[in-house]
Design a protein around this ligand. Structure first.
Ligand code: FE2
Ligand code: FE2
Length: 414
């Protein structure tokens, strides 16, 4: 019998018959699978899949757990050399679910669809085919709606999901960052949609850059650099060539996202106020995503380091007030960051407190000795920390936590 269930209810031994995705956006080589490891469930979560179809006739009984269940055997989180061991969280009670988690299933659907569209956009440009605008408009609307309901769910997804193909994820991530930043800056829905559309198109010009330059692991030669810089003007040209029905500001976001206020940018060396604020937000989001993304040849910087770097461009590359606002909106500890608290407990950041960036809402996962709590507790480091002695001590680098933070974002069942 075929049964639709939430990925959160998957167990080892279940036969997953369909995940509702085409092979193009599928985590497994085969369309169906008998679940034999938690890694396979983790892959579904990372791909933003919320529900799957299980064939109960082909399913087997859940295998007995090893002698000690994962919570009791979890290794000390802070040791850098540890292997990442995905640990299934205990069933969370409703009061342990944050607002981010409530929006997560809808955000995951919007992100998954927009990712397919991002791939289709790149494919259309590479093959010189007409861009399908309806899908882009729909996806941008859904992203704006998700951010309007909860600003941090899409941001958390972006951080928790792992994709190897920067070509497709970059434009979408810049869109999510820009819409989220725009939302917390109080921009109108129309501005947010313009921002979403412009950012989705901003690097389309890269489809016309030879891949040996685009994907070169080492430093570009001066000549290659000139060719690479041509992508921004090319993004604008593609919009004109395709006669896309978009506003002038969408065109400007695509063409001018590398302009800098001191005139050092390209393609037109625009200065100061000649760069519209929506273009600036795209530029900031672009730099942030480029710095924090893992690429084939190097690991991305932490959000904290990326924001420090962006801060160093304040007043030279970007208008000071927009840098301040951007840093404020992204937060120094974005959702999904694993941190060590002053108590030496390990926690995952769930939600940002815009009024106190250093004190977000966290889910406390592990005790100081590394034992994983069976019932992780949500703690607002600002309002539920009256003594003020529980603080974030440090960020635990990606892959060194000893658990996967994605498991602790538990969307409640709809
Ligand atoms: Fe670019
Ligand atoms: Fe970009």
């Amino acid at each position: 019998m075929l049964k639709k269930i939430s990925v959160n209810d998957l167990k080892l031994g279940m036969f997953v018959a369909d995940i509702g995705r085409s092979w193009f956006n599928h985590p497994w080589k085969s369309k169906s699978k008998l679940l034999s490891s938690y890694d396979e469930i983790k892959q579904l979560i990372e791909y933003g899949i919320v529900e799957v179809v299980v064939d109960t006739d082909k399913s087997k009984p859940e295998p007995k757990p090893a002698a000690s269940p994962p919570p009791a055997t979890a290794a000390k989180p802070s040791a850098a050399a540890q292997k990442v061991v995905p640990v299934r969280p205990a069933q969370l009670t409703p009061e342990m679910v944050s607002n981010v988690e409530i929006e997560l299933p809808k955000a995951a659907k919007a992100y998954g669809k927009a990712l397919d569209t991002s791939k289709a956009l790149v494919a259309a440009c590479r093959m010189n085919k007409k861009i399908e605008m309806t899908a882009v408009q729909e996806n941008v609307d859904e992203l704006v709606e998700s951010v309007s309901r909860n600003r941090d769910a899409l941001m958390a997804l972006m951080k928790l999901r792992k994709f190897d193909d920067y070509t497709y994820t970059h434009s979408l991530n810049v869109s999510v960052l820009a819409i989220s930043a725009g939302k917390s800056l109080g921009l109108s829905d129309e501005d947010l949609r313009t921002l979403g559309m412009g950012t989705m198109f901003h690097d389309l010009g890269k489809t016309r850059i030879p891949s040996k330059i685009l994907n070169k692991p080492g430093k570009l030669t001066d000549e290659e650099f000139v060719i690479m810089r041509g992508h921004a003007a090319m993004s604008g040209r593609i919009i004109l060539e395709q006669k896309l029905p978009v506003s002038e500001i969408v065109f400007k976001i695509a063409k001018h996202h590398h302009e800098r206020i001191d005139g050092s940018g390209y393609p037109d060396n625009l200065k100061g106020d000649d760069i519209p604020y929506l273009v600036t937000i795209c530029g900031l989001s672009d730099v942030y995503d480029a710095l924090t993304s893992d690429r084939v040849y190097h690991k991305g910087r932490s959000p904290h380091d990326a924001l420090k770097f962006i801060y160093s461009l304040r007043g030279t590359h970007f208008e000071a007030q927009w840098v301040d606002r951007f840093v404020q909106s992204v937060g120094i500890y974005p959702p999904g960051t694993v941190v060590q608290l002053s108590s030496d407990q390990v926690a995952v950041v769930m939600d940002i407190n815009q009024s106190a960036l250093h004190a977000p809402l966290v889910k406390v996962i592990a005790a100081p000795d590394g034992m994983i709590y069976s019932r992780p507790k949500l703690v607002n480091l600002e309002s539920e920390n009256e003594a003020g002695d529980l603080k974030i001590k440090r960020v635990i680098p990606k892959g060194e936590a000893g658990f996967d933070p994605a498991f602790y974002f538990n969307p409640p069942k709809e």
